[in-house]
Design a protein around this ligand. Structure first.
Ligand SMILES: [Zn+2]
Length: 260
């Protein structure tokens, strides 16, 4: 092959890649939108799960922990954090956020026995509030895999702890600061094909996509910026933790990322 041919081949390959990228973003956004819609019947609210699992007291305790964290940040960092203070806040509560994520596993609904596959997640956010109010808030949730009647089922559809948290990001949330996930280290279905090993359970393909392609969350002024930290921990070995950013998750799993 002479240099001219090589240039042509590489040039056309590059053009093809660029075309894929241009088509890619609307396609991925539409895919995420459809997934959110399709799985709507397979979700159970945290309050509903707490009732059916008779864990309402546990829920109250965890809510109290979450509130204490938010109050601490308001006291120590204040209600108008700079970029540096956001980093400080994130580092300050990381261990507590992971503990809350572990506690949230009590609200998983999963068919596996004797030990269900439980994943908990907790998220630190900044809310839009009136002057003088505390903008910091902490949410938590857990995974489910249920059929349409709400019962744990192998044939049900999974909705991840992170997905429930993303569902709960409403108009009042200005920005997600950090997301903590605690579960058994496991390679997801997509990554296992690419031979990616895991020391923790990092967000699955469905979550990775929604984190960056959900138009409501990752639009022009994203509520979940690409730099948002995702800290994951193996519940069977708490020393195993991984710090990543939302914008790095796809590449870590060997996937490309569609951009504007
Ligand atoms: Zn997921």
């Amino acid at each position: 092959m002479n240099d001219g041919e090589r240039f042509d081949e590489e040039g056309s390959k590059r053009v093809r890649q660029e075309e894929t990228l241009r088509l890619g973003l609307p396609f991925m956004r539409e895919m995420v939108r459809q997934r959110n819609e399709e799985r709507a019947p397979y979700r159970i609210s945290l309050a509903e799960r707490a009732r059916s699992l008779e864990s309402e007291e546990v829920l109250l305790e965890l809510k109290e922990q979450a509130k204490m964290m938010a109050d601490k940040l308001n006291k120590m960092i204040g209600n108008e954090p700079t970029r540096e203070q956001l980093v400080e806040a994130r580092d300050l509560v990381r261990p507590e956020l992971l503990a809350l994520a572990r506690g949230a596993r009590a609200f998983s609904v999963h068919y596996r026995r004797p030990e269900p596959f439980r994943v908990g997640a907790a998220m630190l956010v900044l809310r839009k509030v009136a002057d003088g109010e505390n903008p910091w808030a902490v949410m938590f949730d857990a995974n489910t895999k249920v059929d349409k009647s709400g019962g744990a089922s192998k044939d049900g559809k999974a909705w991840c702890a992170e997905q429930y948290l993303m569902d709960r990001i409403d108009e009042s949330v200005a920005q997600v600061v950090t997301i903590a996930v605690a579960g058994e280290a496991r390679t997801d279905d997509v990554s296992v094909l690419r031979g990616v090993q895991q020391i923790t359970l990092t967000p699955c393909a469905m979550c990775r996509d929604r984190l960056v392609y959900d138009e409501r969350l990752a639009g022009e002024v994203p509520i979940i910026p690409k730099q948002t930290e995702v800290v994951t921990q193996d519940v069977n070995n708490l020393g195993l933790q991984k710090l990543q950013q939302v914008g790095d998750l796809h590449r870590f799993h060997g996937e490309s990322v569609e951009v504007d």
